[in-house]
Design a protein around this ligand. Structure first.
Ligand code: DGL
Length: 268
């Protein structure tokens, strides 16, 4: 007689971002749960998301979710603060898979620390406009004060590998405001920003900053386990897709993760 073990679900987990930034999250997922099957989608055609409107981002995410639906994934990870802030609420109940938004998950997890009362957030313009970080942290702790700072140059510096820019102006220019607020912690509220940590740490101590990727990955895996969606018995796999210039994606990916295949091109 055939037996069915409902703690094993071999369907893949979709992970998405505008480019290579979400690999900071995939890297943590692979370290917490290497036996899962992952499909990473880098939407390089529409990068940078931070300059787009909420309406544009909802349309873009819909297309990526349709791609994941065709792949029959069990969950999709928004490894992207900007789409968590703009598209998640609109789309969260419309697809046959679980959706994990970065900001909401991380705020829930971090709010267990009731001593956290002054928080800084560095993020994209589109994220800051929605004030999602402030709203989500205040949900759990109304006394918390949050300052959100947009850093429109930071994603282009990472994805275009820019070198010809005034570093003090581009890095400290955005940090100054936040440091003056004297926060206990500063969240790197865009998955591309950890790449800039060496530069950022010239102006403020490294320990002040939180890369939320690790917290987020733990949150996702714990939740998958609770929902009997985890797959810990198979040998894991990762497949990559990009919406333009896959060779460039593979090259840039090295900043965060060595990937052993060139992504397949998918038109969305
Ligand atoms: N890495 C994404 C985020 O976390 C998007 C960055 C962008 O394309 O502007 O917000």
């Amino acid at each position: 007689m055939e037996t069915f073990d409902n703690t094993i679900d071999t369907r893949a987990i979709g992970v998405m971002d505008s480019g290579v930034g979400g690999l900071t999250v995939l890297k943590q997922l692979l370290s917490v749960c290497p036996k899962e099957n992952y499909i990473y989608f880098g939407d390089t055609k529409n990068l940078p998301y931070g300059e787009k409107s909420k309406e544009q981002l909802i349309e873009i995410v819909k297309e990526i979710f349709e791609f994941f639906e065709q792949k029959n994934v069990k969950a999709v990870v928004l490894a992207c603060n900007t789409t968590s802030a703009t598209a998640y609420e609109e789309l969260k109940d419309k697809y046959p898979f679980k959706i994990y938004p970065l900001i909401q998950s991380v705020a829930k997890y971090m709010s267990a620390d009731k001593g956290l009362l002054k928080l800084g957030v560095m993020a994209t313009e589109a994220t800051v406009k929605t004030k999602t970080y402030t709203k989500e942290f205040k949900k759990y702790n109304p006394d918390i004060e949050v300052i959100e700072q947009a850093c429109p140059l930071w994603v282009p510096i990472v994805e275009k590998q820019l070198t010809n820019y005034d570093e003090k102006q581009a890095i400290y220019g955005y940090l100054k405001n936040v440091l003056e607020f004297n926060p206990q912690k500063i969240i790197l509220g865009c998955t591309h920003y950890p790449y800039l940590m060496d530069k950022i740490s010239k102006y403020a101590p490294r320990e002040l900053f939180i890369n939320p990727a690790q917290i987020f990955a733990r949150y996702i895996i714990d939740d998958l386990k609770q929902n009997s969606l985890i797959n810990e018995t198979q040998t894991g796999s990762v497949h990559y897709y990009a919406s333009s210039n896959p060779d460039n994606f593979r090259q840039n990916a090295k900043m965060f993760l060595e990937i052993d295949e060139t992504p397949l091109l998918v038109e969305i």
